[in-house]
Design a protein around this ligand. Structure first.
Ligand code: UD1
Length: 421
């Protein structure tokens, strides 16, 4: 296992190119199962989760080839319906194999995903939608067995206690592309990664109306064909670097992503006094830490404030004198980073699903433990501003979702290096 050692106190400077979107890549690696023809996916980030998903595809009989860094050729000529359980169990996102397997083969068998460190993550909405498409669902020995004689279009409401579901929307949408008839899904997730998935599916011959809205209409087809698609940039990685620039009072240009995908973050930062120059695909962030005022955020499904940036925003709140409030409405228990940030000197307390941060204290380096992907990023950011050395342990979480994070930070002047435990 590796850890990272961070020497805090450097302001980041320079230009960083954002990698392809992790969450889009996982959905698309599932979508290629919908056709037996080859698909080319470009701008796929080189991440642990991606390699993991590729192994899952190989386990299903899919042919994969890395054409050049970040470009994959994938052909699901002959596949079977039982992905290797040992792999599926290790990655929650493998749940989005369900829709494509049902569309293509009429059956799927996957272990029911267990609890997760960021909270309870049920799949009731996925199963509700699939049943509406005519599937039968049976749970045997922890494995969900789903069958469909024929998928039939239907009218589906896909909302739950916490609003829409991203991978649930993807599953129903992908299954519906290979159904008979018309499917109308209401309360769909509108995340940019779902929009990007719709674009890939359209390139594959799917007919989808309402792309980007909370109501999608899918005209089922008998067959989809191969496609060549370039993934969008990762808005969460971009947001993480944006926050890194602010907390280190740095001067960064964050390049090659759709800045409109970060509207909710940019709105909060502008109101807080951040100095930024924003164009369609790039943000320049100027040193302005001393001018920032406290903020309040509430995480919500897109276009609301992304839960995947909540932990990093706790670090920004720690840098701003006075009280900031961060409320989690997507994963109410997603606060594993709180105790670790306290070790670095952040004055942060929890009231229900709200983190209250009294900012303005100087942080000092400590040994901290990464608990999940975005919490890891928050600890890196805190380490960059803490006095002295911070050691972040269990950083394998970070490798799941940030491509070359340490190299990118080093190129911007950060003093950090990775070493074995
Ligand atoms: C996706 C993202 C993840 C992000 C999350 C929320 C991928 C691979 N992962 O996860 O990075 O943090 O969206 O933006 O794209 N829920 C139910 N029943 C269900 C499904 C979900 O109650 O059947 C609840 C969840 O517990 C959660 C909320 O709905 O409280 C949103 O979850 P969902 O959008 O499904 O998250 P993921 O798709 O797993």
């Amino acid at each position: 296992m590796d850890k990272v050692l961070i020497q805090g106190g450097t302001s980041l400077e320079g230009t960083v190119r954002v990698s392809g979107a992790k969450n889009a890549s996982l959905l698309m690696l599932a979508a290629v199962l919908l056709t037996d023809e080859p698909c080319i996916l470009r701008n796929v980030p080189n991440l642990r989760d991606v390699h993991f998903f590729i192994s899952l595809l190989q386990g299903l009989g899919v042919e994969v080839e890395l054409l050049s860094p970040n470009i994959w050729r994938i052909q699901a000529k002959k596949i079977h319906a039982n992905p290797p359980y040992d792999l599926v169990r290790q990655m929650r996102a493998s749940v989005c194999l369900m829709g494509p397997l049902l569309g293509r083969l009429g059956q799927a068998a996957l272990p029911l995903p267990g609890g997760c460190v960021i909270g309870n993550r049920p799949i009731d909405l996925h199963l509700h939608g699939l049943k509406k498409l005519g599937c039968t669902v049976e749970l045997k020995n922890g494995i969900v067995h789903i069958h469909a004689q024929q998928l039939k279009g239907n009218h589906i409401f896909l909302g739950g206690r916490f609003g829409s579901t991203v991978t649930g929307t993807a599953n129903i949408l992908m299954a519906a592309t290979l159904s008979s008839g018309i499917t109308r899904i209401e309360n769909t997730a509108c995340e940019p990664e779902i929009v990007d998935l719709c674009h890939l599916l359209t390139c594959m011959g799917a007919r989808i109306e309402g792309i980007g809205s909370p109501q999608l209409t899918i005209y089922g087809q008998q067959k989809l064909h191969g496609a060549d698609h370039t993934l969008i940039g990762d808005r969460i990685e971009a947001g993480t670097f944006l926050i890194a620039s602010l907390v280190t009072n740095g001067h960064l240009i964050i390049d090659q992503f759709h800045t409109q995908h970060l509207r909710a973050l940019l709105h909060v930062l502008e109101n807080s006094g951040a100095k930024m120059n924003i164009t369609a695909n790039q943000i320049e962030v100027f040193p302005c830490l001393n001018q920032l005022t406290p903020f309040e955020i509430t995480t919500l499904p897109y276009p609301g404030f992304p839960t995947d940036l909540q932990a990093q925003m706790c670090v920004l709140a720690a840098c701003i004198p006075d009280l900031s409030l961060l409320t989690e409405r997507v994963y109410p228990q997603r606060f594993m980073h709180v105790a670790e940030l306290q070790r670095l000197g952040v004055r942060i307390t929890l009231e229900g699903s709200t983190a209250i941060v009294q900012g303005g204290q100087r942080l000092s380096g400590a040994d901290v433990m990464a608990s999940d992907l975005r919490a890891s990023a928050a600890l890196y950011l805190a380490g960059l501003i803490a006095r002295g050395e911070t050691q972040v342990h269990r950083i394998y979480h970070l490798d799941r979702g940030y491509e070359n994070f340490e190299q990118k930070l080093q190129a911007l002047g950060a003093k950090l290096y990775r070493t074995a435990e």
